[in-house]
Design a protein around this ligand. Sequence first.
Ligand code: UGA
Length: 442
Amino acid sequence: MRISVFGSGYVGLVTGTCFAEVGNHVWCVDVDAQKVASLQQGKVPIHEPGLAALVTTNMAMGRLQFTTDAAQAVKQSEIQCIAVGTPPDEDGSADLQYVLQVAHTIGQQMTDYKVIIDKSTVPVGTADKVRETIQAALNTRGVGCDFDVVSNPEFLKEGAALEDFTRPDRIVIGTDNPDKIIPIMRELYAPFNRNHNKLIVMDIRSAELTKYAANAILATKISFMNEIALIAEQVGADIEQIRLGIGSDPRIGFHFIYPGCGYGGSCFPKDVQALIYTAQQLGINTRILNAVEAVNQQQQQILFQKINNHFQGQLQGRCLALWGLAFKPDTDDIREAPSRKLMEALWKHGALVQAYDPEAMPETRRLYGERTDLLLCDTPEAALQNADALVIVTEWKLFRSPNFDFIKAHLKHPVIFDGRNLYDPQRLRNRGFTYYAIGRGE
Ligand code: UGA
């Protein structure tokens, strides 16, 4: 098939590349000429395991092209995927300007039947707006052209994006024209839909809301566990034991019940807020979602509170070694990362940060620039030198089994604040560390 994918961010790049990999011809369109130029040289702007190699291979095979030329892309392809960002507005609502710009462009350029697939996370009713925008552009040109708008939300996770895209749990298709659309979508997804049928067909609004509901329930599980962790800590229980105890019930499951220093990333915080906003507009009081959001805001402060308590509010001039800046492992993404809230709070109180992250340091440097209270270190060990304590913010694999003797020898005080519960508290205490974790007593 011939496919255009608008937006070369996470979802767009992965979608375009995976569709090309199975033999389709894909045009990835982006308005950012610099980004397109560097993609044309095979430089992938995000760290996603396996993606760069796949992009290069498919470009070399001539199946994957990056362009700013939307007109050509629209003309050449029957399928138009919208995969641009929907960043939060100040009130928490999703900003649809990029989605609607793409819709306008498609309407300006199309000359024959097109399927417009919305893969961006968009509030309920967006497909209608996309349809109206395309129709308005067609009307302006005086062109009569048939088209269908399909909601096909994406459920991939950063760090596991290729695996998630190529082996999806489900492929949600929201359409108001199933007779025509289902065969097309079945063909498009056939390479990823082999063993049992994963297509779930529904109306467009349900598909749009499914995406928010999925992220919201995952965020709810995390905030719930973080709240139980607070209780566990106070009553002298261990949240990690509790996690095993409840996760073994298949009705609860082990996924997304890891307590930590709060969820981050470009999706959960934004999508929970957008769903709250949608509900508010309808006069619905989202008590659960409000609590999920509030608990997370508080949880993102928990490491700072523990550090501040330990040092009895005396943070001026202290130096903290931070392991992990990315919002989770296997990505260089620091959007809404708990590390940022922590660093900003530490800086406000006069502390210095020596940080190490395997992938996210360039992005951190880009965001914060050069500053005297942030030292980005080449190795995890270098970050420890003369630091007052070690703080673990992201559970990268290489932090799981460090040389504790080395840590102890190089920190000024043998103190570890662990926002991801990586270590056995008893073993660390036996080694002479003061060890603070999440929900595990102190
Ligand atoms: C999330 C969803 O998991 C994807 O299904 C969805 O497609 C994506 O958002 C999206 O809407 O685009 P992602 O943001 O990449 O994916 O990352 P997750 O693995 O879900 O992690 C989100 C945050 O929750 C991270 O900060 C992580 O550390 C935290 N988390 C996750 C926990 O604190 N505890 C857990 O048990 C799981």
